[in-house]
Design a protein around this ligand. Structure first.
Ligand code: CUA
Length: 347
């Protein structure tokens, strides 16, 4: 009897060691597959700013934890499916079980600790990402259906955003009409543009290049085309940019400044302005379009098309998505500059 018991104990411990090895092997396999999926697929856009680096860190922190939990669960599940499966003809009840207090405390405490750790890391990142430093570059971002306007401290405005690398920038975001949302995927953060409110967003670009600015709040028919871009440049190039270039108050044709300020190039092509938008009619074809529309002189046709875009819709562009609000938004003198500029620069 005694001898027989010893044999059975030896067998049990051999089973246990075998089971542990199997569980560990399953866990390693599950972790390897999950890690491959996490690493091999580029889930995230390239990170082009300090804030984006920190946010990506939070993602990876949570991902590593998730892979660990997944490996343990998948391993135990696989082991159980293989070893404790009922035989096809086995209709009997399973053995009665009751709770295991220690196990239950462990599997409650560990997730609680992990979730708390993620909360702490997130809170630290949130606080750091809201820190603009002592002297941030300030840019006012004004959204409207369906264009972005970026105004610098010197009063100059552009349809595109230019930022210096490795400098804190405080974007002060607002809207002239409905709620929009500012998003540069490579800078990782979104901020709503709300009429009557100014919402801050701190970005600290770290990577030279040009990245899209996207509106991520459904704001009307032209929402999908409400795009611009941000170009991250060196400090020297940024200083040069602030001094010159197309702007509301600076050099170049005044009409070109209005064209850029109003974001016309986001939707329209005009070679003279270096614009290549494909959403609305090609402004290099204005003469032919005016002839076809038969609405009087070229300048009159252009002016009417800006102020009352529904008056004549170019073939292929129906229903019209050009906002009817430019007539109220653009001061009369600037509107005339824009009309003159378009009339003389179309081919
Ligand atoms: Cu503006 Cu969507």
């Amino acid at each position: 009897m005694f001898k027989r018991r010893g044999v059975r104990l030896g067998f049990a411990s051999r089973v246990r060691r075998g089971a542990l090895i199997q569980l560990v092997l399953f866990a390693i396999a599950a972790a390897a597959v999950a890690t491959a999926v996490a690493v091999a697929i580029p889930w995230m856009p390239v990170s082009a700013g300090k804030e984006a680096h920190r946010i990506h860190f939070v993602y990876w922190f949570a991902t590593v934890i998730a892979i660990g939990v997944f490996a343990i669960v998948a391993s135990v599940l696989t082991y159980s499916v293989i070893h404790f499966r009922a035989r096809p003809d086995d209709d009997s009840d399973g053995p009665p079980t009751h709770g295991h207090t220690t196990l239950e405390i462990v599997w409650t405490a560990i997730p609680a600790i992990l979730v708390t750790a993620i909360s702490i890391v997130s809170a630290v990142v949130l606080a750091e990402n809201g820190n603009a430093g002592a002297h941030p570059v300030k840019v006012t971002v004004t959204a409207r259906q369906f264009a972005w306007e970026f105004t610098y401290a010197n009063g100059k405005s552009y349809g595109y955003l230019t930022l210096p690398v490795n400098e804190h920038t405080k974007l002060e975001i607002t809207s002239k009409d409905v709620i929009h949302s500012f998003w540069v995927p490579q800078l990782s953060q979104k901020q709503d543009a709300v009429p009557g409110e100014t919402n801050p967003l701190i970005v600290t670009p770290t990577r030279l290049g040009t990245y899209p600015v996207i509106c991520t709040e459904l704001c009307g028919l032209g929402h999908a085309i409400m795009r611009s871009h941000v170009t991250i440049v060196s400090q020297a190039d940024f200083d040069k940019f602030l001094k010159g270039g197309a702007s509301a108050g600076g050099g170049g044709a005044p009409g070109l400044a209005v064209f850029n300020q109003q974001g016309c190039g986001g939707c329209h092509t005009l070679q003279a302005a270096g614009a290549s938008g494909k959403v609305g009619p090609d402004l290099d074809n204005l003469k032919a379009a005016a002839a076809k529309a038969n609405k009087g002189a070229l300048a009159d046709f252009i002016k009417q098309s800006i102020v009352d875009p529904n008056a004549y819709i170019a073939p292929g562009y129906s229903p019209n998505i050009m906002p009817p609000t430019f007539g109220q938004q653009i001061p009369a003198a600037q509107l005339n500059q824009l009309v003159q500029y378009l009339a003389t620069n179309t081919k």
